[in-house]
Design a protein around this ligand. Structure first.
Ligand code: PLP
Length: 514
């Protein structure tokens, strides 16, 4: 099937109307769905006809085929290779998506994760045959405790948001043990959407705390909201404006004095690792995104892992299962009855966590060492500040002063140009860059949040900076169609995102015979 209406490129007179006969462009192929491509009776394998069997399904046997597309092996291979070439990935270029820590995933991690002794394990193997894997989980848990200065860690949560759920369930269990009904959770207005969503899912009501003029939690407003019904506060540090919450120790004290717990969203730990221990700040629970700070693939590249560290107050409520070192060997505690003095709130996953991510994260930690991890945080902060400072004349930053691992711009510099934050981001695609995070956090107008990470070289940052500077200057010079029609060079141009969200087409149906 061929698609018409392939987008046309802009540019100098003469080429703007060029469409190809094939619908392809350059060596980039327009790719239909496998279902559109399939033909009846074609098959990639040659299997012997099944032996005659008596039908024991009676009238439950399906009379028709199940509608799988008929394809040859080369068709399938080309389909997926072509799709993969359309995919933008950290391995193909800089990925400045704020709050996501899209850093390089070292190949050493991959090599170790593929060792058959780790990669080929089955989660139901007898304990005696997986001692090495349990030791690895235990060693990773140890270093997570050391790096955070926290006494306990739950390894099983499978993502940041899952870790938040784990933390709040432990808080709920601790409150139940105290015999207290506290139903309110405080969360800053700049919080990641998962924070209020988690609190609501746990049955808490969410009460937003405003930001002050410095882009931090308004401490006075926070104190005014504390009371005997406050279960916890959820604070991201560094926050989603890329700023360190300077009052964090005082916040923790105020929350504890009011009988609540301090949940820290640790997704931005990349800015602090090796420099600051959350345990020293008065935090009771914090998830760590192994897929951000510890370089395990994410964003379509792999599953996440969100271990949660706990303070002494919450440690007894950490979920099952957990690994214990019995001296003579490692064991898995799977039931309350084996948990000793601990009173786990329950269990969150069928098995023990994301083993492949554990291997990658530990290999990252051990290959960096203490000095290397500290340098990760320092270079991540340095790179973000280099971008912020370099663009200070061209773009507008809502808050004064240096930033942590990501830098935030607003749309004040686009005022009166007719170009919006969305247009600006789409124009970056034409320039070969994945856009930064936009319209988040919500506390600034038309937000653009850039997190370069420490794995970008100065040359690659200079190129990004020069593209952003040129775009800012083009917007101010009135070159509006460059933006409002963008992306011009992507396989698809500007999509109607509202329609896509309101009337999504979620299921392919065969074209009607015409
Ligand atoms: C990424 C992120 C999360 C959610 O992590 P997932 O692994 O995607 O569930 C939560 N909070 C912040 C601040 C984040 O950046």
């Amino acid at each position: 099937m061929m698609r018409q209406g392939r987008p046309t490129a802009p540019g100098k007179a003469g080429d703007e109307t060029l469409t190809t006969f094939s619908g392809h462009r350059g060596l980039d192929h327009e790719e239909p769905l496998l279902f559109e491509r399939g033909a009846e009776g074609r098959c990639g394998v040659d299997l012997p006809a099944p032996a005659k069997m008596a039908n024991r399904l009676g009238d439950l046997a399906r009379p028709s085929t199940i509608g799988l597309p008929g394809l040859s092996e080369p068709q399938v291979v080309r389909h997926f290779v072509r799709l993969s070439r359309k995919n933008y990935a950290i391995d193909s270029g800089l990925y400045p998506l704020g709050s996501c820590t899209m850093k390089h995933n070292p190949r050493l991690n991959e090599k170790l994760a593929r060792l058959p002794g780790f990669a080929d394990l089955h989660p139901l193997q007898p304990i005696s045959t997986v001692q090495g894997a349990l030791e690895l989980i235990n060693t990773l848990a140890h270093w997570l405790r050391v790096l955070t200065g926290m006494p306990a860690v739950a390894m099983s949560p499978k993502a940041g948001a899952h870790g938040e759920l784990c933390g709040l369930m432990a808080i709920r269990a601790a409150l139940d043990a105290r015999g207290e009904k506290r139903n309110r959770v405080l969360a800053p207005e700049s919080a990641h959407g998962t924070n209020p969503a988690t609190a609501a899912m746990c049955g808490f009501s969410v009460d937003p705390i405003p930001a002050d003029a410095r882009g931090r939690v308004d401490l006075a407003a926070l104190k005014a909201k504390l009371g005997p019904d406050v279960a916890a506060i959820m604070v991201t540090n560094p926050n989603t404006c890329g700023l360190f919450e300077n009052d964090i120790i005082e916040m923790a004290k105020a929350v504890h004095d009011a009988g609540g717990y301090f949940y820290c969203d640790g997704a931005n730990f990349n800015a602090l690792v090796g420099r600051v221990r959350p345990g020293d700040l008065g935090i009771d629970a914090m998830h760590i995104n192994l897929h951000k700070t510890f370089s395990t693939p994410h964003g379509g590249g792999g599953p996440g892992a969100g271990p949660v560290v706990f303070s002494q107050a919450l440690a007894p409520f950490a979920p099952l299962p957990f690994v214990v070192d019995r001296g003579a060997g490692f064991d898995l505690v799977e039931f309350d009855t084996d948990a000793g003095d601990a009173t786990p709130f329950g269990r969150m996953t069928a098995f023990h966590g994301q083993m492949g991510m554990f291997v990658r994260a530990l290999s990252y930690m051990l290959s960096h060492g203490a000095d290397g991890l500290r340098q990760v945080a320092e270079d991540a902060v340095l790179n973000a500040n280099y971008v912020l400072a370099s663009l200070s004349q061209d773009m507008s930053a809502p808050f004064p002063g240096p930033c942590m691992h990501e830098c935030l711009f607003d749309d004040a510099f686009l005022k009166g140009t007719g170009v919006t934050t969305l247009d600006f981001a789409k124009a970056m695609i034409d320039e070969g860059y994945h856009p930064m995070t936009i319209y988040f956090p919500l506390v600034v107008h038309g937000a653009m949040l850039i997190e370069p990470t420490e794995t970008e070289s100065k040359e690659s940052l200079d190129q990004l900076i020069s593209v952003l500077r040129s775009l800012a200057q083009a917007a101010k010079a009135g070159d509006v169609t460059r933006f409002t029609q963008a992306p011009h060079y992507a396989p698809r141009n500007r999509l109607d995102e509202t329609r896509a969200a309101r009337t999504p087409v979620l299921r392919w149906r065969p074209a009607k015979e015409e």
